[in-house]
Ligand binder design. Structure first.
Ligand SMILES: NC(=O)c1ccc[n+]([C@@H]2O[C@H](COP(=O)([O-])OP(=O)(O)OC[C@H]3O[C@@H](n4cnc5c(N)ncnc54)[C@H](OP(=O)(O)O)[C@@H]3O)[C@@H](O)[C@H]2O)c1
Length: 317
């Protein structure tokens, strides 16, 4: 089978397409014939080996040689003990522990996968698992009338999070680069901010909830942007910023009647299927910016990593 292989961390030019043997599923695993894999920022981070948490599977060189975690496809074979799926079933899920979606076939633990809703295409289903889990959990506390800010809102998780917060009745401010301003309005943001031109941590009116997909600022800046009783949750960013939020952030929050912390996103079907249900009914719209073939995975990753993607980017082997 064809697979996109990575032997070292670096820019997209470290990737190459190779013919490799089709793997066999171990106990509890299934072999999926990949129909579509969406790209997450975590794939770009896995390619670069940065931030530091992207090296958890391999400090000096990638522990997993093929990236791509959000897969959708058809079960080709099942390993011993697999009870939920059989050959021919259409599935989708976030395969974070094994990755391998930038290939014609991928192994996945059966627990990571859910049956694909028939109303969604494979490409659409592949956009949901990781970004959907982040968006659902990140907007869970948004309520009607609350002022919600989403930082890094023009990407995959952000475009779902804007819609979910709006659906709950919040007033949503979306922050991202200049290219994404119109897109974020189209998705539903009430206000948009270009982070290169304005500082969202000095607002005229402060926020009740900040969901930060790309934390880069100090805990004092985040505290300044929060209304009393407000909540700041970061999902991704530099290890340094995340550690500061964990340590100083909790103290600063506690002493100023605010809550600052990390959102550790729970994975697995129960955490993304509710978003698929909303997509099936048309309550939430899936925005696919572009699709790429396997040979173009380096370009696809660059499109996401360099901040040009509006919503999700999908690789179709
Ligand atoms: N906590 C957890 O349990 C957990 C689980 C899974 C994933 N994650 C993490 O979640 C994060 C978000 O993933 P995603 O796939 O939603 O990302 P994404 O689709 O790439 O969206 C991130 C957006 O942020 C923008 N951005 C970059 N720097 C910015 C800044 N300084 N200010 C405002 N916006 C900025 C990016 O565009 P530009 O770069 O062009 O500006 C991009 O539009 C990743 O870091 C991933 O590792 C966390």
């Amino acid at each position: 089978m064809k697979a996109v292989i990575q032997d070292r961390y670096g820019l997209p030019d470290v990737l190459r397409v190779e013919d490799v043997p089709v793997p066999s599923p171990a106990a509890g695993q299934v072999l999926v014939r990949v129909a579509a894999t969406s790209i997450n920022l975590s794939d770009w981070e896995g390619l670069r080996g940065s931030p530091g948490y992207a090296r958890l599977a391999g400090l000096r060189s990638p522990g997993l040689r093929t990236l791509g975690s959000d897969i959708a496809g058809v079960i080709d074979r099942v390993g011993d003990g697999v009870t939920r799926f059989r050959t021919g079933d259409e599935v989708y899920g976030d395969n974070l522990s094994l990755m391998g979606g930038f290939a014609e076939y991928a192994l996945a633990p059966e627990a990571a996968l859910a049956p694909k809703p028939t109303a969604l295409t494979f490409a659409e289903a592949s956009t949901i698992p990781q970004a959907g889990a982040i968006a659902l959990q990140g907007t869970r506390t948004a309520i009607a009338g609350a002022r919600v800010l989403i930082n890094g809102a023009g990407g995959g998780s952000g475009s779902f999070a804007i819609q979910l917060a709006k659906r709950l009745g919040a007033h949503v401010t979306a922050v991202d680069n200049a290219v994404k301003q119109d897109f974020m309005r189209l998705v539903g943001a009430d206000e948009v901010i270009d982070y290169r031109r304005a500082d969202f941590t000095r607002p005229a009116e402060r926020y009740d909830l900040i969901l930060d997909l790309v934390s880069t600022r100090s805990v004092f800046a985040y505290r300044r942007a929060l209304a009393p009783g407000g909540r700041y949750r970061c999902v991704g960013g530099s290890v340094r910023t995340l550690l500061r939020v964990l340590t100083a952030g909790s103290v600063v929050g506690w002493t100023t009647r605010r809550s600052l912390g990390l959102l550790v996103v729970k994975e697995g079907p129960p955490h993304f299927e509710p978003l698929a249900d909303l997509c099936v009914t048309g309550t939430v719209t899936i925005h696919i910016d572009r699709t790429f073939g396997l040979d173009d995975v380096p370009a696809a990753l660059a499109h996401v990593g360099e901040g040009r993607a509006l919503g999700k980017v999908v690789v179709v082997p």
